[in-house]
Each structure stands twice: as structure tokens, then as C-alpha cells.
Design a protein around this ligand. Structure first.
Ligand SMILES: Cc1ncc(COP(=O)(O)O)c(C=O)c1O
Length: 380
């Protein structure tokens, strides 16, 4: 075996990649595993998006390399989507960059803005990719605490006490994954002011704003946002298109041009049919959002029941595609998740996957049909 690069020692295989192998093994042994661990939407994408993907296969140039910046119509569709859904004006010609999922955007942004030794503010708990990408680039994660007492919002007084001279990026994400917490208007003003004061790029990762959330918010709505913020957005959860790998980032021309320098050296454009399908999805009417959420609402009510049966508590005002539940005392998250897997063949995510402040919690996904969640309840 050829020796791998040293940077690989800074990261571990993604928890879900590891755990899903174990789950697959248990399944192969005949265990009827119910997967409430991961957030991969099981519902169908908008019909017209799938139809457009199919119909576009015969379009002229459909199989050629595509523009690094995506089809102009796709960027226009993002502009209209932001205007209709977030009441925010962005310029599709200069302030939108399509991505193959927002996960890849995390790497592109980090490569565009981080030097070795730079520091990055990362939420604890939060999406694990922020930290692993930071480490792969030999930058240093500085975890900032999110706690239930603080409504899972950063404590700016504590942040101001840190030496911020090497901090280049701060990752934020509301509705927050994994807790489902929402941020008030005041928070966005505060974080933008913080970024401006310390010259820190604020990246708002925003894939969950349309799931069980009455007031979708874009950070771009707030004054001075374009000066210091980039927003990542995704079709994965909003339109059940996780496997399509399509998302985008929104920000100032200057910030996006820096990211494009990286991205155009890594890929050669997004498949034409996917872009055409994405345009259709972005143009969905209110009905799409109403029906999506009516399904998730029923599922969430059942997952709440399941959590109660497992002696867990939850915040019924939380949003997003998960239920973040507090455990009964005297058991760790991993031990609890393992016990539920062993005793009931139900896979849930221990809160510690998302950082040390996830200790004492587990995360249930809503990406399973009602019948499956009912079966899980019956098993407990
Ligand atoms: C907080 C957060 N950001 C980003 C992503 C990545 O989404 P995408 O499918 O757009 O790459 C996820 C996916 O689970 C997520 O939970």
C-alpha cells in the first residue's frame, strides 16, 4: 500500500459512512433495521423536474461540458427563487454560483479563503464537514459552543473574548442542524456586525429553510450581508433531490469569483439535464411547499411519540428535517443509540456525531414513511 498523504491523518472516515456499513452488515444477517439515522429524503422530487431531466437528454449540446458558472437560466431561476421565497434581491448574473450540492461548496469556499494555520469558527454541535474540510486544509477549527440554555445560538460575548486575529471563516447554519433551532433577526445583524468588525467571512449554510419552517430566512436579507457573507443553499432537502447533487451559493461577485477560481480547476460544469431539472424545481408553486410539509408534519408527530416511548424529550418549536431529542439521565448518546439499534433494530444518530455538545442527545431523521415510524413505535 502506498503511503497516504499526512493530511488524511487529520480526519476520520465520516461517522455515517462507518456506521452504515455496520447497519448493512446487520441487515445482511436478517435484522429488520429501521433507518432513522440519516437525512436522505425518501420522497419524490417535483414531477416536472424529473420530466425535464428526461426530456432534456435530446437537447442540442446536452452531453457536452457545461459552463463553469452554470446555465444563465439556472442562475436566473435562483434569482427569482430568492425574490419569491426569501424576499431578497440578488443578481443571477453575478451573485449566484451553482454547485454540485452544498457539501462541495464547503470545500470550495475553504480552499478559496483559508491558508495553512488560519483559524475557523465552527459550531459545536454542527455539521461535521465544516471541521473535516478545515483540517484537510491544515487550518485550525475553533469550536464555538451552542447550548440549549442559549437556544443553540452563539454567545457573542464569549466569542469577542477570543483572540480572533487568525480567524478567517465562521460557519453558521439556521435552521440549525442537528438541533432544529431557528435564529431571530437580531442574531443575523449581530453575526454580520461581528464579521465586519473582525474581517471574518460568515458562511451561512442554509439547506433546511423550507422544511417545517414557517419563515424561511436568507442572511442576504440583512444590511451589509454581501460585504462579509456567503450563503450556501441546496435542492437536496427542499426538493428531495439529494442524489442529484445540486445546490448553489449566493454572495458578492468578488467572493464568488474567488470560489470560481478553485471550482473551475476542480470540475467541468454540472450535467445539463440536472440543471434543467433544477430550474423546474426552483419554479415550484406554493403547493409544493405545503404538500412537502404536510408529510413531514405527520411524520414528526409520530417521531415525537417514538421519542417519548424512549423516554426522551424534545422541543416542539424546532424546525428542519430532524427531531433532536434529549436523553434520560445517566446514559451517553452513543450508548443510547447502540442500545436502540441492538434492542429494537432502529438506527438513530448519537448527538456526539455533531460535536461534544451533542452529548446527552440523539437525532431522529424524518426521512422514513409513516408506516415505518409506526413500526418503530410498535417495537419499543
Ligand atoms: C447542515 C448541512 N449542510 C450541508 C449539507 C449538504 O447538503 P448537500 O446535499 O446540498 O450537499 C447537509 C446534508 O445533510 C447538511 O445537513
Amino acid at each position: 500500500m502506498i503511503e497516504v498523504a499526512k493530511r488524511l491523518n487529520s480526519v476520520e472516515e465520516y461517522y455515517f459512512s462507518r456506521k452504515l456499513k455496520e447497519v448493512a452488515f446487520l441487515k445482511s444477517q436478517g435484522k429488520p433495521i429501521i433507518n432513522l439515522g440519516i437525512g436522505s429524503p425518501d420522497l419524490e422530487p417535483p414531477f416536472k423536474a424529473s420530466m425535464m431531466l428526461r426530456d432534456s437528454l435530446d437537447d442540442e449540446g446536452a452531453h457536452k461540458y457545461q459552463s463553469y458558472q452554470g446555465l444563465p437560466e439556472l442562475r436566473d431561476a435562483v434569482e427569482t427563487f430568492y425574490k419569491d421565497r426569501y424576499k431578497v434581491t440578488i443578481n443571477g448574473k453575478t451573485e449566484v454560483l451553482p454547485l454540485m450540492g452544498s457539501k462541495e461548496g464547503i470545500m470550495h469556499i475553504s480552499m478559496a479563503f483559508l491558508n495553512k494555520g488560519d483559524e475557523v469558527l465552527i459550531p459545536n454541535p454542527g455539521y461535521p464537514t465544516y471541521a473535516s474540510v478545515t483540517k484537510l486544509l491544515e487550518a485550525k477549527p475553533i469550536y464555538y459552543d451552542l447550548t440549549e440554555e442559549n437556544n443553540w445560538l452563539p454567545d457573542f460575548v464569549a466569542l469577542e473574548r477570543l483572540d480572533l486575529s487568525k480567524v478567517k471563516i465562521m460557519w453558521i447554519s439556521y435552521p440549525h442542524m442537528p438541533t432544529g433551532a431557528n435564529a431571530p433577526n437580531k442574531f443575523y445583524d449581530e453575526v454580520i456586525a461581528f464579521g465586519r468588525r473582525h474581517n471574518i467571512l460568515i458562511v451561512h449554510d442554509n439547506p433546511y429553510s423550507f422544511v417545517l419552517n414557517k419563515k424561511p430566512i436568507s442572511i442576504m436579507r440583512y444590511n451589509y450581508a454581501k460585504e462579509v457573507c456567503i450563503e450556501l443553499n441546496s435542492l437536496s432537502k427542499t426538493f428531495n433531490m439529494a442524489g442529484w447533487r445540486v445546490g448553489f451559493m449566493v454572495g458578492s461577485y468578488e467572493h464568488l469569483a474567488a470560489v470560481l477560481k478553485v471550482k473551475s480547476n476542480m470540475d467541468s460544469g454540472m450535467f445539463y439535464g440536472i440543471q434543467k431539472g433544477a430550474i423546474e424545481a426552483l419554479q415550484c408553486s406554493d403547493m409544493w411547499y405545503v404538500s412537502l410539509n404536510s408529510v413531514y408534519e405527520l411524520r414528526r408527530a409520530l417521531v415525537w411519540k417514538l421519542a417519548e416511548k424512549l423516554n426522551c424529550t424534545y422541543d416542539e418549536y424546532a424546525t428542519g428535517m430532524f427531531v433532536w431529542a434529549k436523553l434520560p439521565p445517566n446514559i451517553t448518546s452513543e450508548a443510547f443509540a447502540d442500545k436502540v439499534l441492538k434492542e429494537h433494530s432502529i438506527f438513530i444518530a448519537p448527538g456526539t456525531v455533531f460535536g461534544s455538545n451533542g452529548e446527552g442527545y440523539v437525532r431522529f431523521s424524518l426521512c422514513a414513511p409513516e408506516s415505518t415510524i409506526k413500526e418503530a413505535i410498535a417495537r419499543v
